[in-house]
Design a protein around this ligand. Sequence first.
Ligand SMILES: Cc1cc2nc3c(=O)[nH]c(=O)nc-3n(C[C@H](O)[C@H](O)[C@H](O)COP(=O)(O)OP(=O)(O)OC[C@H]3O[C@@H](n4cnc5c(N)ncnc54)[C@H](O)[C@@H]3O)c2cc1C
Length: 496
Amino acid sequence: MARASVDVVVVGSGPNGLAAAVTMARAGLGVQVVEAQPSIGGGARTLDLGLTDVGLEHDVCSAVHPLALASPFLAEFDVPARGVEIVVPELSYAQPLDGARAGLAWHDLERTVAELPRGEGADWRRLLEPLVRHAEAVIELSLSDKRSVPASLLTPRGIAGSVAFGRAVLGQGTRAWDRALPGETSAALLTGVGAHAIARMPSLASAGTAIMLATLAHTVGWGLPVGGSQAIIDALVRDLRAHGGTVQADTPITHWSQLPRARAYLFDTTPRALVDIWGDRMPARAARALGRFKYGAAAAKVDFVLSEPVPWAVAEIGRTGTVHVGGTRAQMALAEAEINAGRHASAPMVLASEPAQVVASRRVGGLAPLWTYAHVPAGSTRDMTEDITRRLEQFAPGFRDVVVASRCIPAARMHEHNANYIGGDIAAGAIDIAAMVARPTPWLNPYSGAIPGVYLCSSSTPPAPGVHGMNGWHAARRALSQRFGIRRMPSLAPGS
Ligand SMILES: Cc1cc2nc3c(=O)[nH]c(=O)nc-3n(C[C@H](O)[C@H](O)[C@H](O)COP(=O)(O)OP(=O)(O)OC[C@H]3O[C@@H](n4cnc5c(N)ncnc54)[C@H](O)[C@@H]3O)c2cc1C
């Protein structure tokens, strides 16, 4: 790459890299994005994996988007006005259980309460209703930069919402977690959501994840974009280009000297990758602090091609875009303990999404994609296709017969497709309580790259992993103010 000069370079084109790039370009700066992979979008790409000859597309990483629907960045960017339709299914998520039973979390809280087994509905309402009533506070708390308190949280409503959130997280984050949800179905239903953290259970980290995502299930919904996750990326890239920005694929960055001269560099990478790239210019103490960043447990991805929908024993499960296949609360806690101890679980936690059940156009030529991943120990080399098939057969007898093709990316090879997912750590860093409040370092500016003008903007920074662009937006705010003296954030509205 020629060492010309530009105002801003963003390394990595995931949702956070692009959120930062769009924000900087809209502030009137010249922005160049460079991406290692041949395709743009990082953890939000939708690609034809060549498993069929009909052009069937798979979400290679993210598939389901409650966080995109809750994101203040994407709300201001106004995704629907950009022609991106996110379809919210009536059934947010499901938890199959033995004996042809299932927990069902409907978008409608009252329907969920009504359909849970006797007594459990009231428990679910007691836990979730105060959070749903204060959903804005739950979102503000969950998607802030974890270093400042948003003004809206200092109002009586904000305080009430924060207390409700804190109480629920504490209740579900300790061994006393059965007290609020003693029933088997409701306990499993919430625990399946907490499994998105790939953390020890119970723990405050998995409880925080569970409470936040369960609240979104009954508010914004767990939507799936028409066209897959890539639709969100394509809208960001269109806006970036319309504001003069450029995107260059196929350009892995291993040393800062490969980059054009710029006044600000934002890295949609892990902190350790930043140290590899800038180590020879970085103060040694800061390099050590960033280099200590901890990776977490992992996932192995398996994409299937199906001739028919998954034959769930409970047919209603087919109405959701997200199924948490982990059995009971105790079984999931055991599975997560096993992988965190470095062993494969005897009955691994599996997440599954059949996008065509929510967005019919995802079915092509009579075939449909099934997105799955299983939790595995970090660095696992195991092909999980058979393990996931067996797990799904347990709750959907006959599943094997509808599989036409499949592809597994073992955890140890995830980094070949996205350098941020080291050893299969899809959260780009361990999710524990320390990480939730002080990720990636306890520094006052968590986006600092320890060199003037160098910033981190990836999901290794606050607030959290997921497709919401908030990490990139918060990082861009710091860079605009510190490097360009721009304190007013640019409008993100279409047409501006
Ligand atoms: C299997 C899986 C399922 C998931 N499911 C969901 C879901 O359903 N919903 C949800 O909200 N989230 C989900 N996630 C998480 C979500 O995808 C990520 O949290 C999100 O994409 C993070 O965005 P990011 O921009 O920080 O990083 P990424 O999206 O990971 O993008 C980082 C980009 O930087 C590039 N890069 C890295 N290093 C370099 C380098 N040295 N030079 C050049 N380029 C580089 C990478 O190639 C990549 O394109 C899932 C992730 C995975 C892997």
